[in-house]
Ligand binder design. Structure first.
Ligand code: PLP
Length: 371
């Protein structure tokens, strides 16, 4: 019955495989499935939210966000990312997810091609489709980095190129040279770049380089979600060219009105406060990455050391992936992130060291059974 009345462009979109796994994971499972920090939101951020509630800051805010937060984000973009935008070029959204949605809705016409990497974050293809566009997934190279030649070729006549570094699900980080090359090529080809930088602070040894440094037609998407362990607060933003702000605002106004007022005050404390909490989370993620990677090598599963985010993308293979899942280790199959590596698995190592050790032991058991 519902199928008959569902819009065609929504009908064939799959519910995210990650959500499905999250909802089905049993109590005895070792859950490395859902991609979110296991840290609590830092205390000074929570206090700011409590203060906002006490002070009655619980009504609609200006659609684009409270002015002090937009100013703080513009300042942060200048300081950390070397991107010069006025506060008027910052729009506060309900998480990075809404920012991605707004950008697609406002920029994509029916039939426009949206380019992104395969494997890549689940939302890009789905949001392109919801906006009436045509998703085009470009396979990564053998090192799990963007394939410059293939990406350039796909850009001919396209509307949007999505760059996501550090990447979900691979945990890889693109070099400044790659980003510059792709952005400059996109600018020449008349393609807007959508740069999803939600994992920018979780990089281990490499440097984060923002795409907007290299071209004008670049929309930067980011969020407090991962940086400050605030996934449930639903607070993100996008920053981009002046002329996009009104179209973005139109979509935002009619679907969201404004981001949650309390979360905006909390995020303000995050962006303007001491950043030590972020450094501490990064160092713990780094230690967990090393622990997991070394553990996997010891049991005979070697793969390139992830460079950022809190994911490892592991080449399990079809039989082992099935056994790993059967042994109660929840990882997200590569098939959730595209067609190119269906039997790999995304491991989220934003869990305690004990859980990671337990996961490695269970994976070793699964490997033992396979032999
Ligand atoms: N972009 C990437 C690459 C992500 O991994 C996620 C969440 O997992 C998002 C965007 C959305 O983040 P948010 O929770 O802020 O909507």
């Amino acid at each position: 019955m519902t199928g008959r009345f569902t819009a065609e462009r929504v009908r064939d979109i799959e519910i995210s495989g990650i959500r499905k796994l999250f909802e089905s994971a049993g109590p005895g499972c070792t859950n490395l499935g859902l991609g979110q920090p296991d840290f609590d939101t830092p205390q000074h951020i929570k206090e700011a939210a409590i203060r906002a509630i006490r002070e009655g800051k619980t009504m609609y805010t200006p659609n684009a966000g409270i002015p002090e937060l937009r100013a703080a984000i513009a300042e942060k973009l200048q300081r950390e990312n070397h991107i010069s935008v006025r506060p008027g070029q910052v729009l506060v959204t309900a998480g990075g997810s809404e920012a991605l949605h707004l950008a697609m809705e406002a920029l994509v016409d029916p039939g426009d091609r949206v380019i992104f990497s395969d494997p890549g974050f689940v939302s890009y293809g789905a949001l392109a489709t919801i906006a009436g566009g045509v998703p085009v997934a470009v396979p990564l190279d053998d090192t799990l980095h963007m394939d410059i030649e293939k990406t350039r070729a796909a850009m001919e006549g396209a509307r949007i190129l999505v760059i996501n570094s550090p990447s979900n699900p691979t945990g890889m980080v693109e070099t400044g040279e790659t980003i510059r090359d792709l952005v400059e090529y996109a600018m020449d080809a008349g393609v807007t770049v959508l740069s999803d930088e939600v994992y920018e602070h979780f990089i281990y040894g490499k440097e984060h380089v923002s795409a907007a440094r290299f071209g004008d037609d670049v929309v930067t998407v980011n969020a407090a979600s991962k940086t400050y362990a605030m996934t449930g607060w639903r607070l993100g933003y996008l920053a981009g060219p002046e002329e996009y702000m009104e179209p973005f605002l139109k979509v935002h106004q009619y679907c969201q009105a404004c981001a949650t007022s309390i979360s905006q005050y909390a995020a303000l404390a995050g962006y303007t406060g001491d950043q030590q909490c972020v450094a501490e989370m990064r160092e713990e993620y780094r230690a967990r990455r090393d622990l997991f990677h070394a553990g996997m090598r010891e049991i005979g599963l070697d793969f390139p050391l992830p460079e950022g985010a809190f994911y490892a993308f592991v080449p399990f293979g079809e039989a082992l992936l099935t056994r790993v899942l059967a042994h109660g280790v929840v990882v997200v199959p590569g098939s959730s992130f595209g067609r190119s590596r269906p039997h790999w698995g995304r491991v989220c190592y934003a869990v305690s060291r004990d859980i990671l050790q337990q996961a490695v032991a269970r994976i070793a058991e699964a490997m033992g059974e396979e032999r």
